[in-house]
Write a protein that binds this ligand. Sequence first.
Ligand code: FAD
Length: 259
Amino acid sequence: TRALQLAPADRSKVYVADLESAVHYTLRMEAGRPAVLAGAQLAALKCYVATLAKYFPGRPSVQTFLQSLDSWLRNWTEPELPRSALKEAVKNKDASPAAVLPTNITWVGCRGSEPHFRGYPCGLWTIFHLLTVQAAQGGPDQELPLEVLNTMRCYVKHFFGCQECAQHFEAMAAKSMDQVKSRNEAVLWLWSHHNEVNARLAGGDTEDPQFPKLQWPPPDMCPQCHREERGVHTWDEAAVLSFLKEHFSPGNLCLDHAV
Ligand code: FAD
């Protein structure tokens, strides 16, 4: 199959193709599902697009796309947004400068060994790790610590197609998200709760046998992240934070297979 012919992705990289495929999927598939958006659901979409426009380290044409969609949504002050209007707004415009978000779905780092494994949920996690890190690089640590996490919480609650996943995530958020006091803590909150999900799903039937769920980053990716105290594994959180800031940085994005 095609999947087997492609060279395996480099797990130390973050792929632009995965990010753009996932953003495309959120805006043109998931957000376009309800016939009308209103109330908290419309607010969740506006908040998601505003956060992308602010922090997504996209290519210039993608940034233009996100910025023009963000201003279009800000100007939409009616209480209801019909699907037809949203569909039109998320189309590519070949005005100058071009505002383009590719319309194809190509999974690279998120490609599963079978089509039903990995893909979009992997891309969604990747987007939000990247956004929490960009927010932590971009401004005062104590200011709006929950900006990106709240955006993710609302997006997942109102749009993520896997409802069981959304319920699990909402339960984790309700339990501890309000304890996050800084943007650096937000990066670590998402990392540790993603690991909680990995632990819960390890060995289950949604696990791609070629990509077993790990506590991430594994020692070969980040030896300094791991410690042992009296025979018990612990994380060096300062090392993990540095690792995440490096891994989810614009400099670690790879354009392979991006169109
Ligand atoms: P993913 O877990 O999707 O991870 C994607 C990539 O992120 C990895 O390849 C790795 O590079 C990196 N990564 C891994 N762990 C971390 C970490 N701790 N911190 C930073 N980066 C990391 N599936 C279910 O079956 N049940 C659920 O309840 C469920 N809940 C979900 C909730 C949310 C919010 C999301 C986005 C997904 C959920 N999923 C759930 C899907 C599941 O978590 C995986 O996304 C899916 O199984 C694909 O797994 P994957 O191997 O591609 O790696």
